[in-house]
Design a protein around this ligand. Structure first.
Ligand code: CU
Length: 241
């Protein structure tokens, strides 16, 4: 009886060891994120000679858990083999659209990409491995448009969180051989204060109707004035000649 109990305990421990050794990052698994406002939108537009357009939108969720991702892939060159992996990378795109400058995947828990991400256990994957967790972009993207959407529970809108996607990160699209074929920065598209309703535009339209000069008019006046000064100078020069 004792022997059976010990054997069971050993089996349990061994099982637990195998699972954790196989999957967990050096700093553990990624926690589920909370308080991601659905009034915040980040986006990335990814283009290159080989990629007509890849657009990703990141918005908060109604209950604030995780981030809702919409992604559409259009017109990837048929010379680039699919399906196409794509990830959040650590740094912004380099000069002249240099995708190498984006560094590696966003991976604050130091999990790395080998062995490959198990989509059944997304908390064990690299935070930035979007296609590992949710599937690669289909080859349909080379003959038309292919879109997907999902909630990723491990991305964060909290600038204090290591899983924050808004601190100068980027999206890189690869071909099936892992070559980087396009990249684009993740930028803030909408934040809380503009959220909801029609209140925001009205102060601006009021300002226009009360005759307050819009900023652009002030600029134009300045240009007009300096134009006038220039004209006078030219006239004087002409007279002296
Ligand atoms: Cu990548």
């Amino acid at each position: 009886m004792h022997f059976l109990k010990s054997a069971a305990a050993v089996a349990l421990l061994t099982g637990a060891y195998v699972v954790s050794a196989e999957t967990t990052g050096e700093k553990g698994n990624a926690p589920v994120t909370e308080n991601n406002s659905d009034r915040i939108v980040y986006e990335a537009i990814v283009q290159s000679d080989d990629v007509q357009s890849v657009r990703l939108n990141f918005t908060g969720t109604e209950d604030g858990v995780g981030v809702l991702v919409h992604a559409c892939f259009t017109g990837i060159s048929e010379t680039q083999p699919g399906p196409y992996p794509y990830h959040i990378h650590d740094f912004v795109v380099g000069e002249g659209g240099n995708c190498t400058a984006t560094g590696g995947h966003l991976d604050p828990y130091v999990r790395r990409d080998d062995p490959p991400c198990d989509p059944e256990a997304p908390e064990t994957c690299e935070i930035g491995d979007l296609s590992g967790k949710h599937g690669k972009a289909s080859e349909e993207a080379s003959t038309g448009t292919w879109c997907t959407s999902y909630v990723d529970k491990y991305l964060s809108f909290d600038s204090e969180d290591v899983a924050f996607i808004g601190n100068d990160r980027s999206i890189v699209v690869h071909n099936a051989n892992k070559t980087r074929i396009a990249c684009g920065n993740i930028v803030l598209a909408t934040s809380d204060y503009t959220g909801g309703g029609t209140a925001a535009p009205s102060p601006y339209s009021n300002a226009t109707s009360t005759g307050e000069p819009p900023i652009a008019t002030g600029g134009a006046t300045k240009v007009g004035a300096s134009g006038l000064v220039l004209g006078v100078i030219l006239s004087i020069s002409a007279m002296l000649l």
